[in-house]
Design a protein around this ligand. Structure first.
Ligand SMILES: Nc1ncnc2c1ncn2[C@@H]1O[C@H](COP(=O)(O)OP(=O)(O)OP(=O)(O)O)[C@@H](O)[C@H]1O
Ligand SMILES: [Mg+2]
Length: 420
């Protein structure tokens, strides 16, 4: 009874706050009081329980009814005619697209999260309780490669749900969630390998200290390299779930002393029944390494070379911090350390760093403000680009380094994981 009254009071006092990590592949949510949200109670691993696919499915006919969201929507892919059911994955390569249909898919996704947490007909739907309105706050992050239009589109989507948008910079939020000491002056270097993109950022005192970049390489492309390799070298066709299985269970980027293998099933290119195929670790490496060398290692080496001596020295001392689900390929840290020449180490909870960071901000307004301020204006992005490349900066552009506010507390520990 008392807790019910407490909930009602919270509702009235605008304490409904929900954070979303809307990734290219996965969505995670954190409620201010409940913590990490369970999307699939039957899931066995944390990934299965606390994430859902970033996908929605709408019927094409029948007034475009919403049929499914998240993992269920993805299951409809390949199981329905495209003329009947449209499965949408609204983010591509980590960027928010601004088409009407993607905008609608993001809204469906957010609405689904709100319903999971507050109920289908929960009070979050009301714009006003007694007297003035108390909208629910939705906190989410965008990469620095998002344009102002994309940011506005996301804010509008949130407003359409009668919620209040708060948008922060993704690298700083991820770093906070990863427990990286971004409040210090020496810079930290974060490499976040997600499903669709790899975000690279240098952070000092909650500020972005060098041009933030997003490489269009992520876990999805690793899977495609496996699919292409099996087709080209073995003449067999396999689908993304098989590639995902091999990536997680067999692929290693470290040294192979004993070449392990697994048997999967595929269809011959020339047709015929599915057959078993034996795939080895060496084969997987042969298909995946060239992709990573070209699209991740080479750009990273150039990026590091272009940094100022001060930042370079900081990174040598503090190492490169690795986050994101895509980084979980075995021995990714070892591979990057060897190829880039600077020690690389995983952060704690690489798959959940961003949502943990956002979750911390829901209870820490100062931290939230700092992460909001970490977003760069177009002018600042141009300035950082010029600094990085040691080019003559545009004289009309002034890079304002914001002094961080002093926090009362040090970065708090990871909040407890609670069930919705
Ligand atoms: N153990 C594992 N080994 C290899 N890959 C893994 C493992 N676990 C998860 N992944 C990969 O992580 C990817 C999802 O990572 P993540 O959740 O960080 O991406 P995202 O946030 O959706 O994408 P982005 O940040 O690029 O928008 C999946 O594509 C999956 O294949
Ligand atoms: Mg991500």
């Amino acid at each position: 009874m008392l807790s019910k009254l407490g909930d009602m009071a919270d509702d009235m006092l605008n304490n409904r706050m929900l954070a979303f990590d809307i990734g290219t592949e996965k969505v995670r949510a954190w409620e201010r009081k409940k913590g990490l949200i369970v999307f699939s109670p039957e899931g066995e691993t944390d990934e299965e329980r606390y994430t859902t696919a970033n996908a929605t499915a709408r019927g094409v006919a029948d007034g475009r009814d919403l049929l499914a969201v998240g993992d269920d929507a993805l299951k409809l892919q390949g199981r329905s005619l495209k003329t009947r059911v449209q499965v949408r994955q609204p983010y591509n390569d980590g960027a928010i697209r601004v088409t009407d249909e993607d905008h609608e898919a993001v809204r469906d996704m957010l609405e689904y999260g709100l319903e999971v947490v507050y109920g289908k007909f929960g009070s979050w739907r009301r714009t006003s309780s007694i007297g003035p309105s108390f909208p629910t706050t939705i906190l989410t992050a965008i990469t620095h490669c998002s344009t102002t239009d994309e940011q506005k589109s996301l804010e509008n989507t949130i407003r359409e749900l009668n919620c209040l948008p708060r948008i922060v910079g993704q690298p700083v939020a991820t770093a906070i969630g990863a427990g990286i000491p971004v409040h210090e002056i020496p810079a930290s270097f974060l490499v976040d390998i997600g499903g669709g993109t790899t975000g690279v950022a240098v952070i000092s005192m909650y500020n972005i200290a060098a041009e933030p970049v997003d490489y269009k390489i992520g876990s999805r492309k690793i899977s495609w390299a496996i699919i292409d390799g099996i087709r080209d070298d073995l003449g067999m066709l396999v689908g993304p779930p098989t590639a995902e299985f091999l990536k997680r269970n067999l692929l290693t980027l470290g040294k192979i002393s004993y070449d392990e293998s697994r048997v999967v099933r595929g269809k011959p290119i020339q047709g015929g029944k599915a057959e078993p195929i034996k795939i080895s670790q060496r084969q997987l490496q042969k298909w995946v390494r060239p992709l990573l060398m070209k699209e991740l290692v080479e750009p990273l080496r150039i990026y590091l070379e272009d940094l100022t001596p001060e930042l370079h020295a900081d990174i040598q001392e503090r190492h490169i911090q690795l986050a994101g689900g895509g980084s979980l390929v075995k021995e990714f840290d070892e591979f990057l350390t060897e190829e880039v020449g600077i020690k690389v180490e995983w952060v704690e909870n690489p798959m959940f760093s961003l949502i943990i960071g956002l979750g911390k901000m829901l209870n820490d307004p100062k931290l939230l403000k700092l992460a909001e301020q970490s977003l760069l204006s177009e002018n600042e992005k141009r300035m950082l680009k010029a600094c990085n490349r040691a080019e003559e900066p545009d004289s009309s552009a002034q890079l304002v380094v914001r002094a961080p506010q002093k926090l009362d507390t040090t970065i708090p520990g990871i909040p407890e994981v609670n069930h919705a």
